[in-house]
Write a protein that binds this ligand. Structure first.
Ligand code: 5AD
Length: 330
């Protein structure tokens, strides 16, 4: 609580940085995200992809188009491809399994999935098809806030997906949004503890950004400084986790993202989504803006990491937590 309020902030950031460097050195891992569909069956109050947002044109990439995006990243040296979409069930079990297998054939890469709430059998098939990581943010661990922000959704069911992913041997990630309307500091402190309890390999924290086409359009944005404090505290509690300096921080200016990398963050996740649709993956304003070509974005990302005094790394970057790396790294 006190750290979130800003107590001993300099110490907190320096210590988080020390802990990170003791595990990962100066390396910052670069992952490539392919956002292959912006269709979503959910209606989360904060998100621009929510199904009630009728002003958004929707797109779905074909398998070949997804492979082309992945290949662009692979040619640039990317070793982790994150497949992400809205909660879009039209990409069924078999289709996703085939995409995973086909991307694996393109090069020596790790596949991470960020496909929303999917059932255990699907997760198992995708794991067998060669996916190594699963990402699903809880967004908040405060059940009351959860019920308001994610209408009709059940907290336990989402949590269950995370537990299933862990059981199936995925490197598993979750995370929260800082500054959701109605979130207290106490609630955020609890989120940090609950995320830590889950013993995750990946933890993502980003600030809330109001989207003009959502019911939260007039709400104030989350505080980027509070977000950085949360990242630093999570680093102290989770030395071995991969923690991104999230793209949402960039909304407040590049310096915030650099700061995230100086206070415990060790990952960045630029988008590999094709130029003509990337702006439609509009979760929050400013997402995927500011560059014309994916290759330019990758170059900018490398420069940003160097400005943070760190070393861009194209390694697979597993989390050294436990014995995961030894037992399952291929
Ligand atoms: N502001 C910040 N982050 C958001 N997300 C969705 N909507 C917003 C918003 N308005 C985040 C959620 C989701 C991820 C894909 O983007 O954490 O899991």
């Amino acid at each position: 609580m006190r750290f979130l309020q800003g107590l001993d902030e300099q110490w907190l950031f320096l210590e988080a940085q020390k802990v990170k460097e003791s595990v990962f050195g100066k390396k910052v891992f670069i992952r490539g995200v392919v956002e292959f569909s912006n269709y979503c069956r959910e209606d989360c109050l904060y998100c621009g992809l929510r199904r009630s947002n009728r002003s958004l044109s929707r797109y779905r990439l074909s398998e070949t188009e997804i492979l082309d995006c992945a290949l662009l990243g692979i040619h640039s040296g990317i070793k982790t491809i994150v497949l992400q979409s809205g909660d879009d069930l039209s990409y069924g079990t078999g289709k996703v399994a085939k995409i995973i297998r086909d991307i694996r054939k393109l090069g020596d890469v790790v596949i991470a999935l960020s496909l929303g709430e999917r059932n255990r059998d699907e997760l198992e098939i995708w794991r067998e098809s060669g996916a190594d990581r699963y990402l699903l943010k809880m967004e908040t661990f405060d059940r009351n806030l959860y019920a308001i922000m994610r209408p009709g959704k059940i907290f336990e069911e989402r949590l269950k997906v995370i537990l299933n992913a862990k059981e199936l041997g995925y490197e598993t990630g979750s995370g929260i949004i800082v500054g959701l309307p109605g979130q207290s500091l106490h609630s955020l402190a609890t989120d940090i503890l609950r995320l830590t309890d889950l013993k995750l390999e990946m933890i993502a924290v980003g600030p809330f950004i109001p989207h003009p086409d959502t019911p939260l359009k007039d709400a104030p944005p989350g505080d980027p400084l509070l977000t950085i404090r949360a990242i630093a505290i999570l680093r102290l509690l989770n030395p071995y986790a991969n923690i991104p300096s999230t793209t949402a921080l960039q909304f407040f200016g590049e310096e915030w993202r650099i700061w995230g990398l100086s206070a415990g963050g060790n990952v960045v996740m630029p988008s590999l989504t094709r130029e003509d649709v990337k702006d439609l993956y509009n979760i929050y304003p400013g997402k995927n803006k500011g560059y014309n070509y994916v290759t330019d974005l990758l170059q900018e990302t490398v420069e940003m990491i160097r400005r943070a005094g760190a070393e861009p790394s194209f390694e697979k970057g597993y989390s050294p937590r436990g014995s995961y790396e030894k037992s399952t790294q291929k």
